[in-house]
Design a binder for this molecule. Sequence first.
Ligand code: PRX
Length: 646
Amino acid sequence: MSEKVYPVPQDWAARALIDEAAYRDMYDRSIKDPEGFWAEQGKRLDWIKPYTKVKNVSFAPGKVSIKWFEDGTLNLSVNCIDRHLATRGDQVAFIWEGDDPKDDAKITYRQLHTEVCRMANVLKAQGVKKGDRVTIYMPMIPEATYAMLACARIGAVHSVVFGGFSPDSLAGRIEDCGSTCLITADEGLRAGKKVPLKANADAALAKSPLVTSVIVVKRTGAAVSMTEGRDLWYHEAVKNVSDNCPPEEMSAEDPLFILYTSGSTGKPKGVLHTTGGYLVYVSMTFQYVFDYQDAEIFWCTADVGWVTGHSYVVYGPLACGATSLLFEGVPNYPSVSRVWEVIDKHGVSIFYTAPTALRALMQAGDEPVKKTSRKSLRLLGSVGEPINPEAWEWYHRVVGEDRCPIVDTWWQTETGGILIAPFPGATALKPGSATRPFFGVQPKIVDAEGEVLEGACEGNLILTDSWPGQMRTVYGDHQRFMETYFSTYPNAYFTGDGCRRDDDGYYWITGRVDDVINVSGHRMGTAEVESSLVAHSKVSEAAVVGYPHSIKGQGIYAYVTLMAGEEPSEELRKELVQWVRKDIGPIASPDLIQFAPSLPKTRSGKIMRRILRKIAEDEYGSLGDTSTLSDPGVVDDLIANRQNKR
Ligand code: PRX
């Protein structure tokens, strides 16, 4: 790990919203007097009924309860749109850049208001009411953001499902939260290829008949089948509704959205976020971590199907009256210069992306970057996985021409917003470190016994107090919420991440310590891939682990034991990859499959993943103690047939 330090550039220290003195002062206050600190920050929103209670939180075993601003009422869409109309009605809220560089659009705050009201009225006409769940399965087009904001306007709870997920994954998510309405598009478009969203939705709905209304946005104009009485075209429905929709008055603790995320066990969890605290938190982190100043163009490359898209494409930027760029395409289409060309085309000042994209672009060399100007860039950001110092240095030197600080932001779907990150005008940078906690965030590092470690140390990362953007529960399963996050270390939220703290108090996230792997910045539960594999008729048992991958960060390595009588073959290997792809989605495709006559188990029958991880990493020289294996001979076969030979 690099320990090179990049001091805060002088012009940044002078003009940034937060300098070192402000950071120290505000951080101290946020810890010593959280009530007072957040009472003040809550004022960044317009409330219908102001809050008198600020924080009401318990992390106590069996009694976890998290409430912020609980007696206040507000409407989120008003805070993201209406309140800006007087001063910024004609300012662009979203710049849309299509998959094809010839397609783009600009949507002002005033237009956004009209579009969101219309979509809200279409939802109402379909009988959607406050508290109902609406599933959104959309490409990255402006209508996806209208759909999210329209739900917020009428008090419906949205569940956005990433367009790359399979019909089965979509069906599971619809069923879990009991959505009766689905918003989708005919097709999506990525790198010139069509994504059959409506056909996938039809396949999903054949399995979950709960949905009574499907609203279909026309994107490519492809012929799709429409089910009479259930499906309607958005462009037709919208002709009959008014441009105005009065906002619903919501309690700060009313649910805003559900977002499914993989954990170490079982099916994905519905992470639930509520209205007031979430918006205060994403608005504040957006403003300060990105040092957002009026009229700047902010571009976060995440899809709205992930939390990064929720918090930093849509809600954070809009709450601050910013201009946010919405990108439909992929970084290397039609060429590896696309990203840099988009930055020049729209004058992007702040660019926020994932290390996996940087590593892929870095492979194409410096030339595709250098042929563009990028003079509008002021700040760069990274999110989703640890950034290796080599990629960090390239980002800083080649993309930012040594002029733009990099904010490496650590957070999770569960945290709602950024928790550990530099402030560009206050924090000296170390490549690979997310540096220091945001206001109100109290990270601690513990050992396996739960002992809190002091000073420079390494262990598991926990958070000992709440922040307003924290998830409130697992939808429909508070018990699972408490067990997953609050039972490993009593009275603390367990992040699932390992972490090192250095002598300067900087935090270095080392990666997941549970059975979650991070593939191209996307979370994947190994258990999910395993259950998909064993559902194949020729598979008797499967174990999935991560291994280092030069572009994706981690790749998916699957050990598969076949049913008696089945023979391993290249064909079957391909079939299994396709099977998982179809079952969960392309992001879950195994990179390597090793056919194993049997898996290493303890005498009580537990698979020894530690050994499987080592072999997948090609580090089998350090397997450690294998004496507890029921059949130590299994390991020799696994090593001999390992797939990741260097
Ligand atoms: O392991 C951490 C990693 O991504 C996990 C959260 O994934 P997800 O809920 O999908 O949210 C991703 C976008 C916020 C974390 O537990 N992670 C995220 N950001 C970083 C990171 N690891 C290291 N450095 C980061 N900046």
